[in-house]
Design a protein around this ligand. Structure first.
Ligand SMILES: O=C(O)CCC(=O)C(=O)O
Ligand SMILES: [Fe+2]
Length: 348
C-alpha cells in the first residue's frame, strides 16, 4: 500500500517535468505570440526545475538513431580495444569511464563514456583506432549529431536569454549567443545486478553552460532533484532533455538554477545516453550580468574565464563569492557542505 502510494507520487512528479514544444519555431512563418509563449515556458522551467524536455526540437530522428546505433558499436568492442582510444589529459575526445567524484560509500561507478569535442570531434581518428579496417559512416554520424546538437544548444540559449526579459540589453549575454564549443559525451551504463548500490553517474551539476541529453526511448536512468526528491526523467525517443548548468546560474546570478542530477543503472538492460554540453566562450569573464546585480543582490559567485577553468585554475564554478565553501577536484579532499553544491565537468 505504502509502496504503491510512493510509486504514484514518483510517477506524478515525473509527469510534471516541463515538456516544451518547439514546433511553432520550425516553419517559415513564425508566429510571434507562439514564440513568446515558448520563451515564457522555458524561462519558467529554468527558474523552477533547471530542466525541461523539448519536443519538435528540430534534430532529425534518423540523425539521432544513426548516431546511437554507431555509438553502441563502440561499447561492443573488447575492453582492451576501447582503452586504446583513452582520452589523454587536455583532450576533449576519447574513451574513459564515468568516475566523476570520488565516492565515499564504496559504490561502483557503473558507466563508461566516449567523448567527442565540438567542432573538432576527431571521430575519424577515434574510428581508425577502433576499426583499423574501417567503419563506414561512423564519423559522419557522430559529426552530424554533434552539429545538430550544437545548433539546438545555440537556439535554446537564445530563447533562455530572451526569457530573462532584458529589454534588448543583451551586451553581457552576446558572446554566449553566437560562439561556443562543446563536447558530445556518449555514456554507456551496463545492466547492473545491484542497481540500488551501484552508481551510473553520481549526483552532480554540469560545469558548463547547458546540457542536452538524449536518453533513448527504452531504459530509464536520468533523475533530477526537485524540492529534495529525485525525480525520474521518462525516457522518450522524441525528447531532448535540457539541463541548466553551472555557468548559467553564475551569469544570471541564481535567476536560472543549475539542476542537480544523476544517472542510475538498470537491473536488466544497458542504457545509452548522448549528452551534448555547450561551453561558454573561452576568454570572457564569466560573471553575473549587471541586470541581476544590485546593492541588495551582489554577485554570488567568483568571476573566472573558461580557459582558467579548463587549465584547472578554477576548481569549482559555483564557488560562492564569500569564499566559505571550497570544493577540490576529484581525488583531492572534498570540503563540501551540501550535496547540491556538487559540480563536475567529467573531463578529468
Ligand atoms: O546519462 C544521463 O542521462 C545523464 C548523463 C549526465 O548527467 C552527464 O553526462 O553529465
Ligand atoms: Fe550531467
Amino acid at each position: 500500500m505504502e509502496g504503491s502510494r510512493h510509486e504514484q507520487q514518483k510517477q506524478s512528479l515525473s509527469d510534471l517535468i516541463p515538456v516544451i514544444d518547439l514546433a511553432a519555431l520550425n516553419g517559415d512563418h513564425i508566429d510571434e505570440f507562439e514564440r513568446r509563449r515558448i520563451i515564457t515556458e522555458i524561462a519558467h522551467a529554468c527558474k523552477t526545475w533547471g530542466a525541461f524536455q523539448l519536443v519538435n526540437h528540430g534534430i532529425q530522428p534518423h540523425v539521432i538513431e544513426r548516431a546511437r546505433a554507431k555509438a553502441c558499436g563502440v561499447f561492443e568492442l573488447p575492453n582492451e580495444t576501447r582503452w586504446k582510444a583513452k582520452r589523454s589529459p587536455g583532450s576533449l575526445s576519447g574513451y574513459g569511464n564515468g568516475a566523476v567524484i570520488a565516492d565515499a560509500v564504496n559504490n561502483e561507478i557503473a558507466s563508461e563514456a566516449i567523448t567527442f569535442g565540438y567542432p573538432n570531434s576527431e571521430a575519424d581518428v577515434i574510428a581508425s583506432i577502433f576499426w583499423p579496417r574501417g567503419n563506414p559512416g561512423f564519423s559522419a554520424s557522430i559529426d552530424d549529431y554533434n552539429e545538430e546538437s550544437h545548433e539546438l544548444a545555440l537556439k535554446v540559449v537564445r530563447l533562455m536569454v530572451e526569457g530573462l526579459e532584458l529589454h534588448g540589453n543583451l551586451a553581457h549575454f552576446q558572446p554566449y549567443l553566437t560562439e561556443h564549443f562543446g563536447v558530445l559525451r556518449i555514456n554507456n551504463y551496463p545492466a547492473s545486478e545491484h542497481p540500488t548500490r551501484d552508481i551510473g553517474l553520481p549526483p552532480h551539476i554540469d560545469d558548463t553552460l547547458l546540457t542536452i541529453v538524449h536518453q533513448g526511448c527504452e531504459v530509464e536512468g536520468l533523475q533530477v532533484k526537485k524540492d529534495g526528491q529525485w525525480v525520474t526523467v521518462p525516457p522518450r525517443g522524441d525528447v531532448m532533455v535540457v539541463l541548466v548548468a553551472a555557468v548559467c546560474q553564475v551569469i544570471t546570478n541564481d535567476n536560472y538554477k543549475a539542476v542537480l542530477h544523476r544517472a542510475v543503472p538498470n537491473r536488466d538492460k544497458a542504457r545509452l545516453s548522448m549528452v551534448y554540453s555547450a561551453y561558454p566562450p573561452a576568454n570572457i569573464f564569466i560573471t553575473a550580468a549587471p541586470e541581476f546585480v544590485s546593492p541588495a543582490h551582489p554577485p554570488l559567485y567568483k568571476p573566472f574565464t573558461w580557459s582558467e577553468y579548463l587549465s584547472g585554475q578554477v576548481t569549482h564554478i559555483l564557488n560562492p563569492i564569500d569564499g566559505l565553501q571550497t570544493v577540490e577536484r576529484e581525488g583531492e579532499t572534498q570540503n563540501q557542505t551540501s550535496e547540491s553544491s556538487e559540480s563536475s565537468s567529467k573531463l578529468d
